[in-house]
Design a protein around this ligand. Structure first.
Ligand SMILES: C=C(O[C@@H]1C=C(C(=O)O)C=C[C@H]1O)C(=O)O
Length: 357
């Protein structure tokens, strides 16, 4: 009996793919470089370890399906979390992280947390996946399950790297504001507005750090990088600032090598990178697991679509553990940052249609 499978829907697609490994379980890869030349679905944690290995699901069996309607369930979960306790823990973590920025150890660092919600008894992860597909047509939706990682669901707006043959694309994404539900015409309008009319200096600054990092890292790989002007990107009920980078990747360059250079970007980690990476692993009160790692089809039918695992949760029976984080700069304030993590977690809460008790 095999347990490793994934269901995923690429942004803007009307069908989803089911990929199953029929022989054995997902393969554990020792390093990013081992992704070079491979095919399948990649599931990578924030930091590779024995507990959270880098995984590749082999596409032994695949199926393309239409997203059917699943609107008959009104509420899929209920909430009885201790919000005061979560808030206190977040404040402690925030002070620890923020003081390091004030001391000058980091220019930027991302602080994350998690929160548990309870699914109703008769709810299956597949049903939540289909709801996510319907609510978020522009995001990457995936439900991944392996014995090593457990079961995760995501609705993420952030591309890590995608492309085929020599044509590749990545983004620098950061800055967050809640806007509520908007229709497709408002999405277009929002994208076309001058970012200086939409965003304050702190958010622009925060995103520039990510763009500078991506530009610099890509230059080590390829001489020709095409960088667009920063724009506003709508992600569910939130907006972010995005810079698109298009570049050529030589077939010998190796996607695994590129990933090693990029991951984790300052959108989920910090600057300087190695110091921030270590500080997060040593000091964040929760374990990130696969949150803020990356996922997606690798070299499948000739294309790669890897996304940063954000707006996600781990599903264990009825327990749904939601994850979110946000970039801190010296001017960050604890209440604003807390609300930002709440707003990001609401992406998954909407899929669960939570009833408060
Ligand atoms: C870290 C998350 O999101 C990332 C951090 C952002 C920010 O700090 O403003 C915005 C988008 C993402 O790049 C998350 O969703 O948990």
């Amino acid at each position: 009996m095999n347990n490793s499978f994934v269901m995923y829907r690429l942004p803007h697609e009307t069908t989803y793919t089911i990929m199953r490994q029929c022989d054995g379980e997902a393969e554990i890869l020792p390093s990013y470089a081992d992704l070079n030349g491979r095919t399948g679905f990649v599931f990578s944690p924030f930091m590779m370890s024995e507990k959270h290995p880098l995984l590749l699901i082999r596409p032994d069996e695949t199926e393309t399906c239409k997203i059917d309607d699943c609107s008959k369930h009104k509420s899929l979960a209920f909430s009885n979390r201790d919000i005061d306790k979560e808030h206190r823990q977040y404040k402690t973590d925030f002070n620890k992280f923020h003081s390091q920025i004030c001391k000058g150890t980091f220019r930027k660092i991302v602080l994350a947390r998690n929160s548990v919600e309870n699914a109703c008894e008769d709810i299956t992860p597949e049903l939540i996946f289909k709801r996510a597909c319907r609510i978020y047509p522009n995001e990457f939706i995936a439900l991944v399950s392996t014995p090593y990682s457990g079961t995760w669901l995501m609705a993420t707006p952030e591309t890590l790297v995608e492309g085929h043959e020599e044509e590749w694309h990545t983004v620098a994404l950061a800055g967050t504001k809640r806007i509520g539900i908007v229709d497709e015409s408002e999405v277009q309008k929002m994208q076309n507005r001058n970012i200086y009319d939409v965003w304050d200096e702190k958010n622009i600054h925060e995103q520039q750090y990510v763009a500078d990092y991506i530009r610099e890292r890509l230059r080590c790989f390829t001489p020709k990088v095409d960088e667009a002007k920063p724009q506003t990107l709508v992600a569910g009920q939130l907006i972010h600032i995005v810079t698109h980078f298009r570049f050529n990747l030589n077939a010998n360059a190796g996607i695994g090598n590129l990933i090693k250079t990029l991951h984790p970007t300052p959108a989920v980690c910090g600057l300087p990178k190695e110091e921030a990476y270590k500080f997060i692993l040593d000091n964040e009160s929760g374990d990130r697991g696969y949150y803020s790692g990356f996922s997606g089809p690798l070299n499948y039918e000739g294309s790669t679509h890897l996304f940063v695992t954000l707006r996600c949760m781990q599903i264990e029976g009825r327990c749904c553990k939601l994850y979110a984080g946000g970039g801190l700069l010296s001017e960050s304030e604890v209440e604003t940052e807390w609300l930002e993590t709440e707003a990001k977690m609401d992406t998954m809460r909407r899929c669960l249609a939570i009833r408060r008790i």
